[in-house]
Ligand binder design. Structure first.
Ligand code: DX5
Ligand code: ZN
Length: 222
């Protein structure tokens, strides 16, 4: 198993002091950027200009989560930022294999996110085309929601589906130190956390504590 990756979501940062908040998470593996268009999800957040500003502040690769109806049109706006990942939603992609191929052709690793109700079954034919599966553990659109309990079985199923392929298994929504150990035990290896990190008194220390989840005795028991 590769190391546990921690990706704080800036959706929960203080936008009035974004640079200062980014400085508090300088030990993160990726900065998770939640792009929301007001169509695919009810909320509107930020786009490539803010993402570029974030990148200019921190020397950490971006993890771009596109919660948009038209990912094919958006991808090219983020490619120049050379993010670590661009993740599109399964539900928004009519030609998912083509979209994933476009991301990879641009030299960026490609991810697919699944809303809580979306089955994993559609992914079995595109496993060779993706680098990351994002199991949404809340309905996307807002930070600060509660982890949906039945997603534990979906994480386990995704881990079985991935097998020994070099695909990261990311989870996003309602994750904190309170449930991280169990989620890692289920098979997740790439963790997004917004509220828990940025509401912590010391976000950097909180990230270190989350990363220590890798040392749980049962980490490899799934
Ligand atoms: C939800 C976003 C998440 C969100 C997570 O639509 O995709 O990345 O920021 O926030 P928390 O960790 O507060 O649930
Ligand atoms: Zn997200």
């Amino acid at each position: 198993m590769d190391k546990l990756l921690i990706c704080p979501s800036i959706l929960a940062a203080d936008f009035k002091n974004l640079a200062a908040d980014l400085g508090k998470v300088a030990n993160a593996d990726y900065i998770h950027v939640d792009v929301m268009d007001g169509h695919f999800v009810p909320n509107i957040s930020f786009g490539p200009m803010i993402a570029k500003a974030v990148q200019e502040v921190v020397d950490i690769p971006l993890d771009v989560h596109l919660m948009v109806t038209n990912p094919d049109e958006c991808i090219e706006r983020f490619v120049p930022l050379r993010p670590g990942f661009i993740t599109v939603h399964y539900e928004a992609c009519t030609h998912l294999q083509r979209t994933l191929a476009r991301i990879r052709e641009a030299g960026v690793r490609a991810g697919v996110a699944l809303n809580p109700h979306t089955p994993l079954t559609g992914l079995e034919y595109v496993l060779d085309d993706l680098d990351l599966i994002l199991v949404m553990t809340v309905n996307p659109g807002y930070g600060g929601q509660e982890f949906i309990p039945s997603m534990d079985q979906k994480i386990r199923a995704a881990r079985r589906l991935i097998g020994d392929r070099p695909i990261r298994l990311q989870v996003d929504g309602g994750i904190s130190l309170d449930n991280l150990g169990y989620i890692v035990e289920c098979g997740a290896d790439t963790i997004v956390a917004g509220s828990a990190v940025f509401q912590a008194p010391d976000p950097g220390d909180y990230i270190d504590k989350m990363r220590a989840g890798q040392r749980l005795d049962n980490f490899l028991s799934y």
